[in-house]
Design a protein around this ligand. Structure first.
Ligand code: NAD
Ligand code: UDP
Length: 328
C-alpha cells in the first residue's frame, strides 16, 4: 500500500509511519512542524519507501499518482499546544478534514481520522463506550480542540454516508512514550522531566482526577490494525488501566528514584475528572489489546528522556527553566 500520513513528524505520526514501513508499505509523510520535529523522522533519511512533504494540510494538498490511504494525524494535541494555537487547531480539524476527505474521494483511498477521547469531554459515563455522546463545553478553552475533533468526526461520517468513502475513526486515549516533547505540557512527559531535573512534580488540582495511559507501541499497533481490519464506526484505542494523577506521580518518582516534592497548582478549566476507554469493540473487531503495563512503559520513557536531556536536542521552549503547563 501507499499511504499519506499527516502529522508524520509528530509523536504518534512518526511511530505510525514506522509501523507502516515495517510491513513493507510506502509512506508519504506530511507536516508543517507546528508542533512536530524533523528529528522524529531523522532515522528514515535513507528509507526509499518514505518521502516527506512540508505543507500545511489546512490548505489543499496535491499528491501525484495513486494512493491507497490517507491518515489524518496532523493537529496540535497537547493542551498547552492547542491553547497556544487555537485557530490552527480549529482549521486542521475542520478545513483539513474536508480537503483530505476530498483527496481520498479523488484517489479512491481509505480515509482514517485520528480523533480523541476528548470528544467525551468531562464524561458522565465511565468507562467511555463509543456510543456515549460526551459532555463537552462547546465554547470553553478546550473547545478549540474538542469541537474541532467532533466536527472532524462529523465530516468523516458525512463523506462516508454521502460519498461512500471508506473511512475509519479512532478515538485515541492518553498515549505516551519516546518522541514526546520534553516540555509539551502533558502529564507523563512533565512528571518525568521534572523528576529527572530534580524539580517539583506539578499536580494540577488535588490529583484525584484519572487518566488511562497507553504506551505508544500498543497504541500504534491498534491504529494499524484498525486501518487494515476495522469498520467505519468510531473505535476507542487506549489502555483501560486507570490511574489517578497522584498515583502516576508516585510511579514516576519511584522509577526515577527521585525525592522531588509535589507542587499543587490550579486545575485547568474543564479538565476531565475521569477517563478510561471501554475497548470491547477493538478487542472483538481487531483482536487487539494493549500489552505494555504502565510501569514498564514509563520506565522505557524515562530512559528516552534521560538520553534526550543529556543531548543537545532542546527546543527554545525546552530550554525555559520553568514548565509552561500551569500557565494554561
Ligand atoms: P504532536 O503534536 O506530536 O503531532 C502532531 C503533528 O501534526 C505535529 O508534527 C505537527 O507539526 C503536525 N501538524 C499540526 N498541524 C498541522 C498542519 N496544519 N499541517 C501539517 N502538519 C500539522 O501530537 P501527537 O500526540 O502525535 O498527536 C497526533 C494526533 O493524535 C493528533 O491528531 C491528536 O489529536 C491525536 N491524539 C493524540 C493523543 C495522544 O495522547 N498523543 C490523544 C488523542 C488524540
Ligand atoms: N496534569 C498535571 N500536571 C501536569 C500536567 C498535567 O496534574 O504537569 C494533569 C492534567 O490537569 C490532567 C491530566 O494530568 O488532569 C492529564 O493531562 P494531559 O495534559 O497529559 O492530558 P489531557 O488528558 O488533559 O489531555
Amino acid at each position: 500500500m501507499k499511504v499519506v500520513i499527516t502529522g508524520a513528524a509528530g509523536f504518534v505520526g512518526s511511530h505510525l509511519t514506522d509501523r507502516f514501513l515495517r510491513d513493507g508499505h510506502e509512506v508519504i509523510g506530511v507536516d508543517n512542524f507546528v508542533t512536530g520535529h524533523k528529528e522524529n523522522l531523522a532515522h528514515l533519511a535513507s528509507e526509499s519507501r518514505f518521502s516527506f512533504v512540508e505543507a500545511d494540510v489546512s490548505e489543499p494538498l496535491k499528491v501525484a499518482g495513486p494512493i491507497d490511504g490517507i491518515l489524518h494525524f496532523a493537529s496540535p494535541a497537547s493542551p498547552i499546544d492547542y491553547l497556544e494555537k487555537p485557530f490552527a487547531t480549529l482549521k486542521v480539524g475542520s478545513f483539513a478534514s474536508h480537503y483530505l476527505c476530498d483527496l481520498a474521494v479523488e484517489k479512491g483511498a481509505r480515509y482514517f481520522l485520528a480523533s480523541t477521547s476528548e470528544v467525551y469531554g468531562d464524561p458522565l459515563v465511565h468507562p467511555q463506550v463509543e456510543g456515549y455522546w460526551g459532555n463537552c463545553n462547546p465554547n470553553g478553552p478546550r473547545s478549540v480542540y474538542d469541537e474541532a475533533k467532533r466536527y472532524a468526526e462529523a465530516v468523516t461520517m458525512a463523506y462516508h454516508r454521502y460519498h461512500n468513502l471508506d473511512t475509519r475513526i479512532v478515538r485515541i486515549f492518553n498515549t505516551y512514550g519516546p518522541r514526546m516533547q520534553p516540555r509539551d505540557g502533558r502529564v507523563v512527559s512533565n512528571f518525568i522531566v521534572q523528576a529527572l531535573n530534580g524539580e517539583p512534580l506539578t499536580i494540577y488540582g488535588d490529583g484525584t482526577q484519572t487518566r488511562s495511559f497507553c504506551y505508544v507501541d500498543d497504541e500504534v499497533e491498534g491504529l494499524y490494525q484498525l486501518f487494515m481490519k476495522g469498520d467505519s464506526q468510531p473505535t476507542n484505542i487506549g489502555n483501560p488501566d486507570e490511574y489517578t494523577v497522584s498515583e502516576l506521580a508516585t510511579i514516576v518518582k519511584e522509577l526515577t528514584s527521585s525525592n522531588a516534592p509535589i507542587e499543587f497548582r490550579p486545575l485547568p478549566q474543564d479538565d476531565p475528572k475521569v477517563r478510561k476507554p471501554d475497548i470491547t469493540r477493538a478487542r472483538a473487531m481487531l483482536g487487539w489489546e494493549p500489552k505494555v503495563p504502565v510501569r514498564e512503559g514509563v520506565a522505557r520513557t524515562i530512559e528516552y528522556f534521560r538520553t534526550l536531556l543529556g543531548s543537545s536536542r532542546m527546543t527554545p521552549r525546552d530550554a525555559q527553566g520553568e514548565l509552561v503547563g500551569s500557565a494554561r
